[in-house]
Design a protein around this ligand. Structure first.
Ligand SMILES: Nc1ncnc2c1ncn2[C@@H]1O[C@H](COP(=O)(O)OP(=O)(O)OP(=O)(O)O)[C@@H](O)[C@H]1O
Length: 168
């Protein structure tokens, strides 16, 4: 089984997946992209690298029973996709606290309010394979418990129930 855990930067994918108790191999994809040079170019303006998704797919090919964590993971094949959500104000606060520039924090908060990643996920994977989890005001261990429920098949699919449009 391949599970993707996606969500806007700051929703807590890395932190929550570090708390998981699972037999799946956890792939922190952004680290792999850096370490294995799986990018096509460096975006100087955003101080980030543009991932080479074909190279990422090749790297993942043949790896069974993985949980792939990244804001890009929903762009890859997966059996189930977990989309972590966070209220935009709290998301911005988390990113600033992590040391991100305010522009980047604001941009991500707006993207979260607009459901960008959720929409892409539903478009590419279909609603029955999507599991939305709101992380606002929840600690990482509780979020990890919810992800474990998805892995165990104990949680129903959901998409669009979290509504942050009041922040727009
Ligand atoms: N449930 C939570 N409650 C409060 N703060 C959290 C929670 N989860 C993560 N954080 C904090 O928010 C920041 C972002 O978390 P994290 O790096 O796990 O997000 P991410 O979604 O993996 O981001 P990226 O896509 O950039 O890797 C970190 O400083 C982390 O300590």
């Amino acid at each position: 089984m391949r599970v993707a855990v996606t969500g806007t930067p700051g929703t807590g994918k890395t932190t929550a997946t570090e708390h998981l108790d699972t037999d799946l191999d956890i792939v922190h994809l952004n680290d792999v992209i850096q370490e294995e040079d799986l990018y096509t170019e460096v975006d100087e303006a955003r101080d980030s690298k543009v991932a080479d998704l074909d190279a990422v797919r090749d790297w993942l090919d043949g790896r069974e029973d993985v949980l792939v964590e990244s804001h890009l993971s929903h762009l890859l094949d997966a059996d189930r996709v977990v989309v972590l959500r966070c209220a935009p104000g709290e998301l911005e606060r988390r990113l600033i606290e992590r040391g991100e520039p305010s522009e980047k924090a604001e941009e991500n908060a707006e993207s979260e309010a607009l459901d960008v990643i959720l929409s892409e996920t539903v478009r590419d994977h279909g609603k029955p394979n999507v599991y939305e989890i709101d992380t606002t005001d929840r600690d990482p261990a509780a979020v990890a418990d919810d992800i474990e429920a998805v892995l165990a098949g104990d949680r129903d699919p959901s998409a669009g129930e979290v509504d942050f449009t009041e922040y727009l």
